[in-house]
Design a protein around this ligand. Structure first.
Ligand SMILES: *Cc1c(COP(=O)(O)O)cnc(C)c1O
Length: 355
């Protein structure tokens, strides 16, 4: 049925099986004769969804028991502020790595409530690389970074080694790579890049960290309160969490994290291989920092653009246009994207050579 190849940067492609199951729940959920959209979030049926979603996140990422998993609202954009409130320490300054638009926004929010030091930035070359030459001050409160730069197409291949607590916005590469959760005090990620529909945001936070949150923190931004209320301080976005839960089930059934990590590498190798082989194209980022999730590239000769774009349209490729701040093309290849879709893009790249 769905012949469109969806390379959207977010909200992203979801498995057909998940969408079908979700659409059934929209009319009759859990055989209640009611839609999931019209039942109480306190009902037994929905509480079971929330619990399972949290447990599946734990299973997928092998999260230790001394961490809480929360599903909140506001997207990663509110996460910029929530993470700052969670990690802030009187008299210390927060350390940030600036690797693109999302980092910049995180820095802006963090500055509203504390002193911030931008340790390193790649803004000097339109964020085409990940800065590696910096020293982390041991008296900083925490180090914040963006693991994958959705817009510019760079990704940390190894995470910063830090003596101060580590905080990461993993919105666009969570569930696509193995990681050691205990290296972090806080991880947050908007759901709509690699997990489910927009509307929910995951927080993975060390329980010890919650105890340090200042009592003056507004309730909705206070992870200690949110954790004590089991992600139900206010009405949660039930449908978003339900679809995320279905997708987590699907991903675990299909091989879990190792499978999706391998798949991400395979897809990335395929497309970067073609970008590097094909004389007409060029990648925008430093090779060692290239993202496995969002691959950014451009046509060296713009006069091919019209023809290439029409090849893409004919092949039913959707969402391949680059972000306005980079231009060119961006193939976002999140977990549900089949290899076949990547083959079709590569096919178009080869066809334009003979034009
Ligand atoms: C999309 C994105 C965001 C913003 O997410 P919202 O849920 O729209 O607030 C933040 N950080 C990264 C890395 C993203 O890819």
């Amino acid at each position: 049925m769905n012949k469109v190849h969806n390379f959207s940067a977010g909200p992203c492609i979801l498995p057909q099986e998940v969408l079908q199951e979700a659409s059934m729940a929209a009319t009759n959920f859990d055989n209640l004769g009611l839609s999931i959209l019209e039942i109480s979030h306190r009902s037994k049926s929905f509480v079971a969804v929330m619990t399972e979603a949290q447990n599946l996140v734990r299973e997928m990422l092998t999260i230790p028991d001394d961490y809480d998993v929360l599903f909140l609202q506001g997207g990663a954009s509110l996460g910029f502020l929530i993470s700052a409130y969670t990690m802030k320490e009187e008299g210390k300054s927060a350390q940030y790595l600036d690797t693109g638009s999302w980092s910049k926004k995180a820095i802006k929010e963090a500055k509203l409530i504390q002193k911030v030091n931008v340790l390193a930035s790649s803004s000097d070359s339109n964020y085409s690389y990940i800065p590696k030459d910096y020293e982390i001050p041991v008296d900083g409160s925490y180090l914040h970074f963006t693991s994958n730069n959705t817009i510019f197409g760079t990704q940390y291949k190894t995470f910063p080694k830090s003596e101060i607590p580590l905080v990461a916005d993993m919105s666009s590469d969570i569930f696509s790579r193995k990681l050691n959760v205990s290296d972090f005090e806080l991880i947050y990620a908007g759901a709509q890049k690699n997990l489910g529909p927009a509307g929910s945001t995951i927080y993975i936070v060390k329980k010890e960290t919650l105890e340090k949150i200042s009592a003056g923190t507004p309730s909705m931004l206070n992870l200690q309160i949110q954790a004590a209320k089991e992600s139900m301080f206010n009405t949660p976005p039930v449908f978003s969490i339900y679809v995320a839960m279905l997708n987590l089930r699907y991903m675990l059934k299909n091989g879990g994290l190792s499978h999706y990590e391998t798949l991400a590498k395979t897809r990335a190798d395929m497309i970067y291989g073609e970008i590097d082989r094909n004389e007409l194209f060029e990648g925008t980022c430093a090779i060692e920092d290239r993202s496995n999730m969002n691959t950014t590239f451009f046509l060296k000769d713009e006069s091919y653009k019209e023809r290439f774009d029409s090849l893409l349209t004919d092949a039913k490729i959707s969402g391949l246009n680059g972000h306005r701040s980079v231009g060119g093309y961006r193939a976002s290849m999140y977990n549900a994207l089949p290899i076949e879709s990547v083959e079709i893009v590569i096919d178009c790249m080869k066809k334009i050579e003979n034009y």
